[in-house]
Ligand binder design. Structure first.
Ligand code: ADP
Ligand code: GN1
Ligand code: MG
Length: 371
């Protein structure tokens, strides 16, 4: 890290309510949105780590509202875990560490917004599931998170990104990018554009169901890709949902869908060798059963009917978002190569095609699960 950046970062970190001897700080994780760092401290002979993040305020226009949501949600879950006598609550939900002035953030001179969490030790987060048991535990963790938040007292959470999972507005933005075609990239992505056109109507099913009141609005995570779920290194249990920036009202189908998208793919979302992208039915079934263990009791009939569609739909929304970002000039997602967003789009389309080739079996599995 450049020495100016390091001293800025060290200065920020020391404004949080942390005790002990500061030892080091380094970049961490592979998230697309925020800048994430870890610091290590010696507290009376014990090494303790913290997560520090600069919230991406280009994307989250009201970081104060994001932190308000996160504070309410984590406090609610923590209280529930404690009341139920669950062990190690601080490993089962994020814990916000306030600044010395009592605020849940620190602002830097360039108007960046920083926050700090306890580091949840002895966990890992993967890009796709390794075993069916893992898939089931991931499904269960998301069902559990949604259940924990079902009785969050009012007021309604802020919408940290309005229309985040609204396929209709995502299509509008795509057409806008296509119309402007600022980098003359449209000609090169004709097949992908055509695929998006052909799948538009089916992709709108979820947002129409929500808007017309066929499925209810509920509090959901909205970013349940696998690498946002911390898995215990020893037990393999999916312990904690991280990355809470997008916790807000929406449909729980987005959460289940994003799990399907990432857990069952057999490859990372930017894998370029598309023959590795293969929708895994065994993982799908495990994920579904794990999720239903928690969610069966609160899902409506209509939500259950849409569960299989949710995976296809979330994969489609990501294909569309990656393609739009590629057309707009790669302003949203961190990229490591020129065609990174296009590679991601092609990968997601390959996953949709793989799902389609096995759709009859998806429907059979859902029937056997009683949904
Ligand atoms: P982004 O919004 O950029 O994706 P995340 O909040 O997801 O950032 O953080 C990046 C990664 O850091 C996550 O994918 C997760 O693996 C890890 N992580 C986040 N919070 C914690 C935490 N409190 N303890 C341990 N690891 C964490
Ligand atoms: C982003 O923040 P991260 O990397 O966990 C994105 C999600 C996408 C995901 C695709 C706020 O998630 O919506 O599904 O990339 N988050 C935001 O990998 O846009
Ligand atoms: Mg993340």
């Amino acid at each position: 890290m450049h020495s100016d950046a390091l001293s800025l970062l060290t200065g920020i970190i020391h404004q949080f309510l942390l005790y002990g001897d500061f030892e080091e700080v380094y970049a961490f994780g592979s998230g697309h949105i925020n800048d994430t760092f870890v610091s290590r401290w010696n507290q009376g002979g014990i090494k303790v780590r913290y997560i520090h993040q600069r919230i991406n305020s280009r994307i989250f226009l009201r970081p104060d509202q994001v932190m308000d949501n996160i504070h309410r949600v984590t406090a609610h879950i923590e209280a529930k875990l404690k009341t139920a006598g669950i062990t190690e609550p601080s490993r089962r939900t994020l814990t916000v560490v306030p600044a010395w002035d009592g605020k849940p953030w620190v602002r830097d001179e360039e108007c960046g917004w920083w926050r700090t969490y306890l580091f949840i030790e002895n966990t890992h987060a993967g890009e796709f599931a390794a075993t069916a048991e893992e898939a089931a535990l991931l499904g269960k963790s998301v069902g559990c998170f949604q259940k924990q938040l079902a009785d969050l007292p009012p007021p309604r959470l802020y919408e940290s990104i309005p229309n985040f999972h609204n396929m209709e507005t995502r299509y509008h933005r795509f057409y806008d990018a296509l119309g402007k075609d600022v980098l003359n990239r449209a000609a090169e992505v004709k097949n992908e554009i055509q695929f998006m056109e052909e799948n538009k109507d089916r992709g709108l099913l979820l947002i129409h169901a929500l808007r017309e009141g066929h499925i209810p609005e509920r509090i959901c995570h909205n970013d349940t890709k696998m690498n946002n779920i911390l898995i215990d290194n020893e037990s393999g249990e999916a312990l904690c949902l991280a990355d809470l920036d997008t916790v807000m009202p929406g449909t729980v189908l987005s959460d289940f869908g994003d799990l399907i998208r990432t857990v069952t793919a057999g490859a990372a979302e930017d894998e370029q060798n598309l023959s590795r992208v293969d929708f895994d039915l065994v993982f799908f079934k495990a994920l579904l059963m794990g999720y239903l263990e928690e969610a069966r009791e609160f899902l409506t009939h209509e939500e259950k009917k849409l569960l299989p569609e949710a995976g296809r739909s979330m994969t489609q929304i990501m294909a569309l978002r990656f393609l739009t970002d590629y057309l707009e000039g790669d302003h949203y997602y961190h990229i490591l190569r020129k065609t990174h967003n296009l590679d991601r789009c092609r990968n997601q389309i390959a996953l949709m095609k793989s799902m389609d080739s096995k759709w009859d079996k998806v429907i059979r599995i859902c029937g056997e699960a009683g949904i």
